[in-house]
Design a protein around this ligand. Structure first.
Ligand SMILES: Cc1ncc(COP(=O)(O)O)c(C=O)c1O
Length: 397
């Protein structure tokens, strides 16, 4: 039905046939009448198993990520957990890029081992290391977060898909930072995309949600695997069996977020590029991490696989106390975890979003500050950061 912006507004949004309401009403019902035993009128019998508002939202998510089917979840972590349950069995291993969200790191390093599964994390920007880990471990799943949280690493999705497929592994990409408005992993060869829709898709810091989107024709059976069946059906089975479902109002909020996603992300990413460039000019800033900057080590790959560079910028200032003081010194940027909202946020990842990684090889640099750029005026945001940095330097510099 047309280009991204058109599908974002129209897929799953048929006008209500009874009242003519342009936006379909939210279906809050938990249960549905039947005229005959076991025969639901429209395929819905109970809202854990299916709900019309959720179905509409899932249709829009699948369309925008160019997948065959999407499942909506009550959080990003529940989407990740369900995808891992669907794709792996006891004895299987997962190879993952180690700069991932702290909660994802915990999932790999605490929950997977409890199920007899094994996770191997590595710096996936090193393609030699990635190749060795994939060929050495013969994993069932290769998992990438690109751009990554919070270091903004960029990993080549198409090249990793080829490597993963050569050993019969599925490639899962966390597309939270780029969003389908700026990166389409399934078109680059990934098998599954996961999202924290809490972030740019929800877009207004008023929703916790997640999603998984599956490439067309994805089957469980691979070399050396005797199981059969479609991967989305397996994931849906786990979702229904464990009850990992979002409520209808959250689905409606997520769907509303999709309608303005491209406009919001383009504007915020444009601002993020200007802010990243401005930060490189400040003598107190030792390193700026933003894939849109020509000096970013992943800039060439990012330019190839993304149509914009997202709304998150990180920077390092050489001193942990200075980094914390900057986070505490802004007036427009709110000191808060999360990202992707219309409001700009600032945070200190080592203690706030990634404490699970302390004392590991994936530990976050102690002088790192992460910004999520919102829709405020770019000049106002730069002025706010400049004054916070100047004040912090006066105190700690
Ligand atoms: C990249 C990324 N993936 C997944 C998650 C987890 O999502 P949620 O907090 O919605 O469970 C987050 C949360 O910050 C994230 O940043």
């Amino acid at each position: 039905m047309g280009e991204f912006a058109t599908r974002a507004v129209h897929v799953g949004q048929s006008h209500d046939p009874v009242t003519g309401a342009v936006v379909p009403p939210v279906t809050f019902a938990s249960t549905y009448v039947m005229d005959e035993v076991g025969v639901p009128r429209a395929g819905y019998d109970y809202s854990r198993s299916g709900n019309p508002t959720r179905s509409d939202y899932e249709a829009a998510l699948a369309s925008l990520e160019e997948g065959e089917r999407a499942l909506a979840f009550p959080s990003g972590l529940s989407a990740e957990d369900t995808v891992l349950r669907a794709l792996t069995r006891a004895g299987d291993s997962v190879v993952y890029s180690q700069d991932v969200y702290g909660g994802t790191f915990r999932l790999f390093n605490v929950l997977l081992p409890a199920e007899g599964k094994h996770a191997v994390g590595l710096d996936a920007t090193d393609s030699g290391e990635l190749r060795a880990a994939i060929f050495g471990n013969k994993p069932r799943v290769v998992w990438l977060e690109t751009p990554s949280n919070p270091l903004l690493d960029v990993i080549d999705i198409a090249a990793t898909a080829e490597l993963a497929h050569s050993v019969g592994a599925f490639l899962v990409v966390d597309n939270t930072f780029a969003t389908p408005a700026q990166q389409l992993p399934l078109k680059l060869g990934a098998d599954v995309v996961v999202h924290s829709t809490t972030k740019s898709i929800g877009g207004h810091a008023d929703l916790v949600g997640g999603a998984a989107v599956f490439a067309a024709g994805l089957e469980l059976g691979r070399a050396g695997v005797s199981e059969t069946g479609a991967v989305p059906d397996e994931a849906y089975w786990w979702q229904n069996a464990t009850g990992a479902v979002p409520g209808p109002f959250d689905c409606w909020l997520g769907h509303r977020g999709l309608k303005t996603l491209q406009t919001r992300v383009r504007a915020a990413a444009g601002s993020a590029l200007q802010i990243a460039a401005a930060l490189t000019q400040l003598p107190q800033v030792a390193k700026v991490r933003y894939p849109g900057l020509a000096e970013h080590p992943g800039h060439e790959i990012a330019t190839r696989q993304m149509s914009g560079f997202g709304q998150v910028v990180s920077f390092q200032v050489g001193d942990p106390d200075l980094a914390k003081a900057i986070c505490e010194g802004t007036e427009l940027f709110a000191l808060a975890v999360s990202l992707g909202a219309v409001e700009s946020l600032i945070e200190y990842p080592a203690a706030m979003t990634h404490p699970q990684k302390a004392d590991t090889s994936a530990a976050i640099p102690a002088d790192l500050v992460r910004l999520s750029i919102g829709l405020e005026d770019t000049g106002d945001l730069i002025a706010d950061l400049s004054q916070a940095i100047a004040r912090a330097v006066a105190k700690h510099g």
